[in-house]
Design a protein around this ligand. Structure first.
Ligand SMILES: [Zn+2]
Length: 99
């Protein structure tokens, strides 16, 4: 597994500093407070749209989700879970740059 390394101070970036963001446009390194950004959002974009399609399909084909109005909560929670799984791939050290 690749660790997320800050390009400024070369220290490991704590997962908590970005894991709670829904979509990481920019965040701060917890060691040196440098503003960091991703070089490429391609993987994240593909994953986001794949997830969006999944949610739309779930709402269309699983009527119980519509009935109780839980689709919004489910999709937000689902994205958080999905995003946690995705972070090691998206936050590869080659994909992080200083803003
Ligand atoms: Zn740093």
């Amino acid at each position: 597994m690749n660790h997320c390394i800050c390009p400024n101070c070369q220290q490991k970036i704590e997962q908590n500093s970005y894991a709670m963001l829904f979509f990481p446009f920019t965040w701060h390194c917890s060691h040196c407070k440098a503003r960091l950004t991703l070089k490429s959002y391609k993987l994240l974009n593909i994953a986001f749209f794949a997830y969006l399609l999944l949610v739309i399909a779930a709402v269309i084909f699983v009527p119980i989700i519509r009935q109780y109005g839980i689709s919004v909560i489910l999709s937000v929670l689902g994205w958080l879970l999905f995003y946690q799984k995705l972070t090691p791939k998206v936050f590869d050290k080659r994909n992080i740059s200083l803003k």
